[in-house]
Design a binder for this molecule. Structure first.
Ligand code: NDP
Length: 297
């Protein structure tokens, strides 16, 4: 069997077109979604993410701006920037790409972001909302994984879902989103005793670790859906995920490529979150399709 591809590029295009339509609906009411990225230092992955996001946000009709602070910026300076943005009405979404340079306390910065503007879904208020099944802004990457499943009619209800990785950014929130969809969820991590055994039982595998080919093809249950969140650059310059794609695709029913799978969905969901945040902050409602999984429970 050769797996069908979960085409993140194509689905992201659809989501982005819907976001654009939503932004047009808001524009008719004199609201332009505003997103500000506070980029600290020169982290290369963050720089690329910011460039791609910038372009996508402009195409969606958003007002987008990047505030750049030097890697040597002090905590107080960064916090003052976030506080100031919280107070600007035209700014509906604030994003602080992580990791921050050494010496800066990311936790404190994230906690300062107004939860209504927290388009990354990382503030304690939004994390609690997700855990409690209440409406809130959901983290973009795991929300993108759910959206990919939804748009390929991969139901999670009753399924065994194994999430490899337990970060606050991907693993944990994905597990909660899958639980919300009535999946039976296992979260594996670096201390998990027999990872292969867990993966072998999974109907859906989500790999979010950051280690090339950690998940072997012969671990995949025939017909399973495999979502590979990992992004790893090999010595020869190639980008690969955490799953051994070539062997896994011979057993899986569905699989995401890297690049072109989960990555494009992260940006699409960031736009969906910003649109939703703008609508909520301005007392507007959006057409049903643009009220994406990213923002509602
Ligand atoms: P973190 O480093 O925060 O978390 C990695 C997780 O993997 C940890 O929970 C860790 O366990 C677990 N882990 C490490 N080694 C193993 C192992 N041998 N077996 C099982 N689990 C292990 O990473 P992120 O969640 O932030 O990111 C994960 C990957 O996803 C990275 O490659 C990142 O670049 C990529 N990414 C991609 C995005 C996209 O848009 N496609 C967006 C965000 C991230 P423990 O907790 O025990 O240490």
């Amino acid at each position: 069997m050769t797996a069908r591809i979960l085409d993140g590029k194509a689905v992201a295009q659809m989501v982005r077109a819907e976001v654009r339509a939503g932004a047009e609906a808001l524009a008719a009411r004199d609201v332009r979604p505003g997103l500000v990225v506070v980029l600290v230092g020169e982290d290369p992955a963050s720089q690329v993410y910011v460039r791609n996001k910038d372009k996508a946000a402009r195409e969606a009709g958003f007002e987008v701006r990047t505030v750049r602070l030097a890697a040597t910026a002090r905590q107080a300076e960064l916090e003052a920037e976030v506080r100031a943005l919280n107070a600007v009405r035209a700014v509906h979404g604030i994003l602080v790409p992580l990791p921050l340079p050494k010496g800066l306390d990311a936790d404190r910065v994230v906690r300062l972001i107004d939860p209504a503007k927290d388009v990354d879904g990382l503030t304690p208020e939004n994390v609690a909302a997700l855990a409690m099944g209440r409406p809130g802004l959901r983290p973009c990457t795991p929300a993108g994984c759910i959206e990919l499943c939804d748009r390929h009619a991969i139901a999670l209800e009753g399924k065994d879902v194994v999430v490899v990785g337990r970060s606050m950014l991907v693993g944990k929130p994905f597990a909660l989103l899958a639980l919300e969809r009535n999946a039976t969820v296992t979260i594996a991590h670096s201390r998990t005793r027999d990872l292969a055994e867990h993966v072998r039982r999974a109907d859906v595998v989500v790999a979010a670790v950051g280690r090339p080919a950690l998940v072997k093809g012969d671990w995949i249950r025939p017909g399973a859906a495999v979502l590979d969140v990992g992004i790893n650059r090999l010595a020869d310059g190639r980008l690969v995920g955490d799953v051994d794609f070539e062997t896994a695709k011979e057993r899986a029913g569905w699989i995401t490529p890297v690049p072109g799978g989960v990555g494009p969905m992260t940006i699409a969901m960031l736009l969906a979150n910003t649109l939703q945040a703008a609508a909520l902050q301005t007392g507007n409602s959006l057409p049903a399709r643009t009220r994406s999984v990213a923002s509602t429970s």
